[in-house]
Design a protein around this ligand. Structure first.
Ligand SMILES: *Cc1c(COP(=O)(O)O)cnc(C)c1O
Length: 369
């Protein structure tokens, strides 16, 4: 097996196609008309994926996904707003941390890492605290792979006349969300996840009404999505140096996304990856942390073997030497590791990955799984 180009089974950066990487071989000028068209085309295609062209703006932002989440909260939550943050993992905790750092008032509701937040929880919480203006939710909590019931929660939030901010970073493009059915003020994702682009830019689908009313909310110049959008709408250009190669790669990745069959096909491939992974790992005796009903086909958390000869670092190195990059666990209570199902990978890759995992465990003489 090649160690030169390992397959990343991580939830971003992830494995990209050669064609997507090839699209980065051109240098673009930020004033170039063709580059502006590339940006406009990317935003238009992204809006199409959520059926949001009529109701939402797509505002791209330089940086990793967290930059876009922070920008969305800073721009869309007024300084006297209050955010109810729904937490069942590390990314939910990060949302709360962002509110804290930005000085936005917030409260948190935390469930166990294997417990989705329910619409009934949100109903009860909103009844109990009328001062909440915004609810913030992680769609697929990547720290375990758990799926939170976004459509049901969105209906409750809308019925209470509150605003919803969704971090859909690891699900966007693979799990369907229709902006005409699921009401939200902001839904946030990034280039380097299920669209299979390279990392380097996030984007926020902001409701036109919410964004138009967001002037002056932001504490930050560079993270102000109102200003970013206004400038881009007027000039066709990014406000500050754009991540040109990232945009070009995302454009190429989107062409492949549509050629593959769009969201249904992308979802199906990831679901197949996930199923093969779970089946093959079960044969090795490795158990998944989440029950199937709440497992998103994005990333799977596995219980680490109990054998004292198991050490994640050594295991990781052995599996890497066989061509696959795994992801450490992110749970505080239980020892786990994670395997991503997303990226330019197919069921045959998942089979080969599990074979590599089994072999690594044999080499380490790990017998007690
Ligand atoms: C990847 C991810 C992010 C963004 O993380 P970055 O490291 O900033 O790219 C945010 N939320 C979720 C749920 C994610 O999976």
């Amino acid at each position: 097996m090649s160690t030169a180009a390992p397959i990343l089974l991580t939830p971003g950066p992830l494995t990209t196609s050669a064609r997507t990487r090839q699209a980065m071989m051109v240098d673009w000028g930020s004033w170039d008309e063709r580059f502006n068209q590339l940006t406009a085309s990317v935003c238009e295609q992204l809006l199409g994926i959520i059926n949001g062209a009529d109701s939402h703006h797509c505002v791209p932002l330089q940086g990793s996904g967290t930059f876009a989440v922070e920008a969305a909260i800073g721009t869309l939550v007024p300084r006297d707003g209050k955010v109810l943050v729904l937490i069942n993992g590390a990314y939910g905790k990060r949302l709360a941390k962002i509110c804290e750092v930005l000085g936005r008032s917030f409260s948190t509701f935390e469930t166990a890492e294997d417990q989705p937040t329910t619409a009934a929880d949100v109903e009860r919480l909103l009844r109990a605290d009328a001062s909440v203006t915004h609810v913030a939710l992680i769609h697929c909590e990547t720290s375990t792979g758990i799926l939170n019931p976004l459509p049901e929660i969105a209906q409750v939030v809308a019925r209470h006349g509150k605003h919803l901010i969704v971090d859909a970073m690891s699900s966007f493009g693979a799990l369907a969300v229709d902006a005409q059915q699921v009401p939200f003020d902001a839904l946030i994702a990034a280039s380097g996840k299920c669209l299979e682009g390279v990392p380097g830019m996030g984007f926020v689908f902001a409701s036109k009404e919410a964004l138009d009313n967001a002037a002056g909310n932001s504490h930050s110049l560079a993270m102000d999505l109102f200003d970013q959008h206004r400038y881009m709408a007027r000039t066709g250009q990014w406000r500050f140096t754009p991540p040109t190669h990232v945009v070009a790669a995302l454009h190429e990745a989107l062409l492949q996304y549509h050629e593959e069959g769009g969201l249904p096909a992308r979802h199906q491939r990831y679901a197949d990856n996930c199923q093969v992974l779970l089946e093959q790992m079960a044969r090795v005796g490795l158990r998944s942390f989440l029950p199937p009903a709440i497992q998103a086909p994005i990333i799977v958390t596995f219980h680490a073997p109990k054998d004292p000869r198991y050490q994640f670092k050594a295991f990781y190195e052995r599996v890497k030497a066989k061509g696959f990059i795994l992801y450490p666990g992110k749970l505080t209570e239980v020892e786990t590791f994670r395997v991503g199902c997303i990226g330019h990978v197919h069921p045959a890759d998942m089979r080969a990955a599990v074979a590599a995992i089994a072999e690594a465990l044999r080499e380490m003489e790990v017998t007690e799984i």
